[in-house]
Design a protein around this ligand. Sequence first.
Ligand SMILES: *[C@@H]1O[C@H](CO)[C@@H](O)[C@H](O)[C@H]1NC(C)=O
Ligand SMILES: *[C@@H]1O[C@H](CO)[C@@H](O)[C@H](O)[C@H]1NC(C)=O
Ligand SMILES: *[C@@H]1O[C@H](CO)[C@@H](O)[C@H](O)[C@H]1NC(C)=O
Ligand SMILES: *[C@@H]1O[C@H](CO)[C@@H](O)[C@H](O)[C@H]1NC(C)=O
Ligand SMILES: *[C@@H]1O[C@H](CO)[C@@H](O)[C@H](O)[C@H]1NC(C)=O
Ligand SMILES: *[C@@H]1O[C@H](CO)[C@@H](O)[C@H](O)[C@H]1NC(C)=O
Length: 511
Amino acid sequence: MSVCAVLLVLVVLPSAESSFRFASYYGDHMVLQKAPSKAVIWGYGEVGATVTVSLYKDLDTVSKKSVFINEPEAVWRVVLDPIDHGGPYQLVATQHYEGEITYIMLTDILFGDVWLCGGQSNMEMTVSQIFNASKELKKAVHYPNVRLFTAALETSPTELEDLAKVDLQWSLPTPENLGNGNFTYFSAVCWLFGRHLHRRLKYPIGLVESVWGGTPVEAWSSKRALSKCGLKPPECTMDEFYYAGPCTFSVLWNAMIHPLLNMTIKGAIWYQGEQNTATDTDLYNCTFPAMIEDWRQSFHEGSSGQTDQHFPFGFVQLSTNQKSKELDNFPIIRWHQTADYGFAPNPKMVNTFMAVAMDLGDERSPYGCIHPRDKQTVAYRLYLGARAIAYGDKISFRGPFPEKMDVDYSASYINITYDQEILVTPSNQSLFEVLCKNTMNDHGEDSVYWAPAALMSTLPRVVTVSFKQCAQISGIRYAWTDWPCEYKDCPIYSSNGRLPAPLFIKYIQQD
Ligand SMILES: *[C@@H]1O[C@H](CO)[C@@H](O)[C@H](O)[C@H]1NC(C)=O
Ligand SMILES: *[C@@H]1O[C@H](CO)[C@@H](O)[C@H](O)[C@H]1NC(C)=O
Ligand SMILES: *[C@@H]1O[C@H](CO)[C@@H](O)[C@H](O)[C@H]1NC(C)=O
Ligand SMILES: *[C@@H]1O[C@H](CO)[C@@H](O)[C@H](O)[C@H]1NC(C)=O
Ligand SMILES: *[C@@H]1O[C@H](CO)[C@@H](O)[C@H](O)[C@H]1NC(C)=O
Ligand SMILES: *[C@@H]1O[C@H](CO)[C@@H](O)[C@H](O)[C@H]1NC(C)=O
């Protein structure tokens, strides 16, 4: 019955010194990207050999491709026929070299959607570190068709062709694989996101974690991406920061992303930015969109066009860090994460989606305030975005955002009209502030400062705030602090109460 039994008659297994093998991230139990994309399979072999890659379902060959191994890389690579979701399949690669035939095989291969999960420690937190951990870990066994892979932490000064090491080879989810210590594997946000997708799509989901805590976006960006923002390697001048990892430009792109480019993927999710509150903060509105575009182009090229050039990219807008600190760089990074639009997708970040997390602060997190334990809500908000952006479902996935501001200068108020109906929670702090300009001192000099703007009234889509204490105003902002509200208790949500209005800042010219 088995493919092995049939093939063993003809061929031998590669000897220990043979170079014939799959690349590091092809393994038993893996998920390959389903149709309409085609999965790319590659590995190493003898220069001059012919390699045939066959995909079997039971005993039927469903795809068969042959290639010749050229100098100098000694690499073979095939693009399979498009395969609809399902499985299990067996994949056999056979090498014909100087009269000898050797084969290597992968079993229990599924076809579905492959998502890459990247970022720093909040993406690295494992399922054992989140709220309700034991309950979530126990559920693992119910999702055998969500498969996990974790790249090891590696840096490299040059772009690597393959991963130097793997932390978790393709596996089924188990409590051990999902909760292997703190900041190891498997990523809770990645897992919960994949679990939601699987429940919805009812086909296999492959999750590839490539994450390192305390790392800036520059480490995950190629030279090509960094040069778009005027950054040249090899600067790394960072302050001490919680859980700091490598920061040299491109070292993680080189070792942990570049090797993966040759795999076909559906999309990526990303939770990063905390480290950039301490480094190149003002450039993040360039470096982050540039990294996204560069990853897209690179994955597209690396997979012979099989990964979509505009693949869906979801990200988490920074949560909270310090309650006592009104002003640090958290609001600035949150704003820059959207290329200064305040929402996603936007004209500079097409096909992106954002999970707002500033209302999920967790003062008592044993991993430090910067690591909130509610990853369920983060993953759910990301999942809503993926459904809308990656799968075309007509659902609402964005919290309310202002589409119009009408200022009445004589009566000193502003009407802020949102793009959807809102739910306003009564709160003593409106979180709105105006940039106030008053003639203050004896010399008649102006003083300009942000002042609280009281909430006067609300309508289903409009809030009205007052600036009576200001002679003039030149701007308005909302939730512009590190920790704007208590857990799930910001003032403005979508009408169903689920999606918080993200922060914004707008400068106003009085005409
Ligand atoms: C993870 O961190 C928690 C909280 O600090 C601690 O209680 C636990 O022992 C740690 N687990 C491991 C495996 O180190
Ligand atoms: C990015 O933000 C900085 C201020 O933090 C601003 O000076 C710059 O113009 C912005 N760049 C882009 C590309 O929006
Ligand atoms: C993988 O993709 C990179 C980037 O496009 C390319 O340089 C390299 O040749 C590809 N490797 C294989 C094995 O296809
Ligand atoms: C944890 O479980 C409780 C009880 O089921 C639930 O009310 C709560 O929302 C869960 N917490 C998270 C973050 O999912
Ligand atoms: C603000 O909204 C109120 C209530 O809809 C309306 O009466 C008023 O005219 C609006 N003011 C401006 C400046 O648009
Ligand atoms: C708002 O302020 C009032 C009066 O100071 C106080 O009684 C009430 O508890 C406060 N509400 C909140 C939500 O903080």
